[in-house]
Design a protein around this ligand. Structure first.
Ligand SMILES: NC(=O)c1ccc[n+]([C@@H]2O[C@H](COP(=O)([O-])OP(=O)(O)OC[C@H]3O[C@@H](n4cnc5c(N)ncnc54)[C@H](O)[C@@H]3O)[C@@H](O)[C@H]2O)c1
Length: 322
């Protein structure tokens, strides 16, 4: 079994690769390093290629004995998706179509796709179940939903079995501390808080007028290694379940921005200074997953399900990266 991991030089993809290595499962990575890191694929089997180019996919991968695809590659900064609609469409939707076409040509039956809670838009109820209406409010979420729909159609017409995993907020890092969340510019809360302390960076929160207990928005943080393990569980699930499937990946716990800051203060033993910036347009008050379907059907277990363990692992990574 060789798993093709797209975006394996990125944050979540590199943790999935680590998960496979620890289980001695064969893989091959493709990445164009647009946001990924060469150091994350050092000494690993990888092809530098852009999924936007179907010929590059074919030429590089035609001789690989690939049995399944785990598709992490994509651009994922929501605000950029609003400014660069065409770039996001080409890189996310069209590139995913190229990859799906390659899967059909090579008769690769199993396809796991990194979707997002962004497909739900403003939740009508929380925790959010998989059958919640999908009304994305930004191009990023629209791209993810369009890819899901394309994969669904393909799975009905062709021998292709698909799992779409709708992630909530990926966070934390592997215990080895050599892979983690590293973006430029950084857009995620936990790395921004930690870097504000370690690098004395200015740190802003996006508003304190949300309809929540302390006025800051509430999100569901899931440890990146728990995300990684769900992908292998999904591949196993497809051994006995054909067709098209959707699962939420979240912890089913919500923490406000202020609660995350408080936990970081405790763990870093320092007062965290921040400024209050403006609220982001259309940013929901609360996003929390209902994860019961994933736990019951995928046989998936959350191993790092505390905010403390998520944040400590992220601190460990950022200290090592200094
Ligand atoms: N991080 C989160 O909280 C989160 C939440 C929901 C969904 N997701 C999705 O999970 C996936 C992985 O996210 P991440 O946080 O690891 O992002 P990331 O930016 O760290 O990783 C994405 C990887 O894909 C590569 N890539 C992008 N476009 C490519 C292309 N055309 N060809 C080849 N490689 C390409 C990048 O170089 C990078 O290595 C993305 O699809 C993202 O939308 C992430």
């Amino acid at each position: 079994m060789t798993i093709l991991v797209t975006g394996g030089a990125g944050y979540i993809g590199s943790h999935f690769v680590r998960h496979l290595e620890r289980r001695k499962i064969e893989y091959v990575i493709v990445d164009n390093f647009s946001t990924g890191h060469k150091k994350f694929v050092k000494n690993k089997k990888f092809f530098e290629l852009d999924l936007k180019d179907p010929e590059e996919i074919r030429v590089n991968l035609q001789d690989q004995e690939i049995t399944s695809i785990v598709h992490f590659a994509g651009l994922s900064i929501v605000s950029d998706s609003q400014k660069k609609e065409k770039e996001y469409y080409e890189n996310n939707v069209l590139a995913s179509m190229n990859l799906a076409k390659f899967a059909l040509e090579k008769k690769i039956r199993k396809f796991i796709f990194s979707s997002s809670a962004a497909v739900y838009g403003i939740p009508e109820e929380v925790p959010i179940k998989e059958n919640h209406p999908t009304k994305p409010i930004n191009n990023y979420g629209k791209n993810k939903l369009e890819i899901e729909n394309i994969l669904k159609k393909l799975s009905m017409e062709y021998p292709l079995d698909v799992v779409c995993l709708r992630y909530f907020n990926a966070a934390g890092a592997d215990e080895d501390g050599d892979i983690g969340e590293e973006r430029n510019p950084e857009t995620h809360l936990i790395p921004n808080i930690i870097k504000s302390v370690l690098q004395s960076n200015e740190f802003f929160i996006h508003g304190d007028t949300y309809d929540t207990k302390d006025g800051t928005c509430i999100r569901d943080y899931i440890h990146v290694n728990d995300l990684a393990s769900a992908h292998l569980s999904s591949l196993k699930f497809l051994d006995s379940n054909k067709g098209f499937h959707i699962f939420n990946l979240g912890s089913e716990q919500g923490f406000s921005v202020m609660e995350v800051i408080d936990e970081c203060q405790k763990l870093m033993k320092t007062a965290i200074k921040f400024k209050i910036g403006s609220k982001r347009d259309g940013d929901p008050n609360i996003l929390v997953a209902d994860n019961k379907k994933s736990i019951s059907k995928l046989g998936w277990k959350l191993e790092n399900n505390s905010l403390k363990s998520i944040i400590s692992s992220a601190i460990n990574f950022h200290k090592n990266a200094l």
